[in-house]
Design a protein around this ligand. Structure first.
Ligand code: NAD
Ligand code: UFG
Length: 345
């Protein structure tokens, strides 16, 4: 099949492109490069021996999006879409909510309208465990209560899930799969693609990897007084390659079903911040100095998935260990100390 990946030059999209190409699919990437680097396309080709078709485009722009579907229709029409495009920084979404609502929701609506124009009816959407908000308790099942999100980014995911549910109901020929990711980390085992945050990383793994390489002095552990075994926050970390494979399974599912279905993609295991520090030290052979800092506003004590529905209906489960996540993150970081940018860029 020919699969369009919106936001496919980003962290999760690039790893998914690799897995789709490995399964014999064709891949079209549409990305405005607002949070990614064009070098990723070459890297995908180096890993797979196949080059995705790349369009630098804003998916919230109707003309640009239609032009992509139209160009593809002439040679190899798009069969399904995986919609990764969007802004994702939680803190920034609190400071600039309007640009988060505008970009994340507009890009989805424009994409949906264009899919309808071109008769494309299979859509997989990048949602997030953040939709479980503050009322649900881990382990989260897909039936756990959603809403009560603690930031605008989370609300965009919640709202888009509702929009897509309504659209699938109104158009019975459509197949929509909502994937609620837990904490994606690590990098492709080749060390050629990985997470490349701009500026100071907000998330734990990229922060630790920059401490390990010497770009940052020490990690601040946000709180050690949570009701968890060692007092630090517990999360469900999932290797990005396992997550990418989950999209291939979701695509197979979308080909066999119509309607809307939601799946947790997580490992089902919780690890604390200090568990990650220790695992990273042993994978990298580097010391990770840290200090205990106050809790970060909006953080939950514990979040992990019940991934049994994905196992049952998608035939998917995680395969990689915490040690693999740390090893591959370190390989990416040490081979690319400046991410995709060369040191003089
Ligand atoms: P990313 O920022 O690396 O990738 C997103 C890509 O979308 C970027 O390449 C960016 O340039 C592009 N983009 C943004 N707005 C666009 C637009 N209007 N038109 C075209 N391209 C646009 O992020 P990621 O970590 O790969 O996340 C992918 C998706 O998964 C996002 O929707 C994110 O919210 C969701 N998600 C991520 C995580 C995580 O921890 N990484 C967790 C849960 C959900
Ligand atoms: N943490 C630190 N120090 C840091 C960064 C993080 O102690 O410098 C701690 C956090 O307090 C938390 C854990 O490490 O306990 C994980 O934090 P991350 O920022 O890596 O991840 P979150 O669970 O806060 O959020 C991530 C994404 C969200 C997404 C959510 C669920 O950032 O977009 O996972 O998928 F919604």
């Amino acid at each position: 099949m020919n699969i369009l990946l919106t936001g496919g030059a980003g962290y999760i999209g690039s790893h998914t492109a690799v897995e789709l190409l490995a399964k014999g699919h064709s891949v079209v990437i549409a990305d405005n490069l607002s949070n990614s680097h064009p070098a990723v396309i070459d890297r995908i080709e180096t890993i797979t021996g196949k080059r995705p078709l790349f369009f630098e485009a804003d998916i919230a722009d109707k003309k640009q999006t239609e032009a992509i579907f139209s160009a593809c229709a002439e040679h190899q029409p798009i069969d399904a879409v995986i919609h990764f495009a969007g802004y994702k920084a939680v803190g920034e979404s609190v400071a600039k909510p309007e640009i988060y609502y505008r970009n994340n929701i507009d890009s989805t609506l424009t994409l949906l309208e264009t899919m309808q124009t071109f008769g494309v009816n299979k859509l997989i959407f990048s949602s997030s465990a953040t939709v479980y908000g503050t009322e649900a308790e881990a382990p989260y099942t897909e039936q756990s209560p959603t809403g009560n999100c603690s930031n605008p980014y989370g609300w965009t995911k919640f709202m888009i899930e509702k929009i897509l549910g309504g659209v699938a109901l109104a158009h019975p020929e459509m197949s929509v799969v909502l994937l609620r990711y837990f904490n994606p980390v690590g990098a492709h085992e080749s060390g050629l693609i990985g997470e490349d945050p701009d500026g100071i990383p907000n998330n734990l793994f990229p922060y630790i990897s920059q401490v390990a390489i010497g770009r940052r002095e020490k990690l601040s552990v946000f709180g050690n007084d949570y009701p968890t075994p060692d007092g630090t926050g517990v999360r469900d970390y999932i290797h990005v390659t396992d997550l990418a494979k989950g999209h291939v399974c979701a695509l197979d599912y979308a080909c066999l079903h119509t309607g809307v279905e939601v799946f947790n993609l997580g490992s089902g295991k919780g690890s604390s911040v200090l568990d990650i520090v220790r695992a990273y030290e042993s994978a990298s052979g580097r010391k990770i100095p840290y200090v205990i800092a106050p809790r970060r506003a909006g953080d939950l004590a514990v979040s992990y998935a019940d991934p049994s529905k994905a196992k049952r209906l998608l035939g998917w489960q995680t395969e990689k260990s915490l040690s693999d996540m740390c090893k591959d993150s370190w390989k990416w970081q040490s081979q690319n100390p400046n991410g995709y940018r060369s040191s003089d860029e």
